[in-house]
Write a protein that binds this ligand. Structure first.
Ligand SMILES: [Zn+2]
Length: 151
């Protein structure tokens, strides 16, 4: 299922050249992930829930505030770590293999594959790859091999 939750945060226009994969907690400070992003003025193009739903927040041709230095030339997708987490339990959670559910991985892979085809993109990185000093997501437990095999 695709759930539209438009966010006002991000540049009005962009041409996406790369995809950046993120992770964030499904719930933070009592707020559902898309509401948390709104509360702090951040955004991503899509969030993938543990059930395999896609929450669409920005159009591809709009920027999003998801990765410092890449907010006007990339598409950002957030895989949601189930449940309520503080930053410590979030970091522990995304380091644990198996945290991404099968429907979540399939839905995310389908979304990423559509982006790759639509925008002729081959560059896919984790947030930690483009901002290693500040970011750990999507985490050591993220199933990159399974994702790449599904693309
Ligand atoms: Zn991130």
């Amino acid at each position: 299922m695709i759930i539209n939750r438009p966010s006002p945060f991000g540049a009005a226009h962009q041409t996406p050249k790369r995809i950046i994969v993120h992770a964030m907690s499904e719930w933070i400070n009592g707020m559902y992930a898309p509401d948390f992003l709104l509360s702090v003025g951040l955004s991503a193009h899509a969030l993938v829930t543990p059930d395999g739903d896609i929450i669409k927040c920005r159009e591809d041709t709009q920027g999003a505030f998801h990765a410092k230095g890449f907010n006007t030339n990339s598409l950002g997708i957030e895989f949601l770590l189930p449940g309520h987490n503080d930053y410590g339990s979030f970091l522990d959670g995304i380091a644990r293999p198996g945290w991404v559910s099968e429907p979540q991985l399939l839905a995310g892979a389908r979304w990423i594959a559509e982006w790759m085809a639509r925008w002729n993109i081959t560059q896919i990185d984790g947030h930690c790859d483009v901002d290693p000093a500040r970011k750990k997501d999507p985490g050591r437990g993220f199933p990159w091999d399974t994702l790449r095999a599904a693309l």
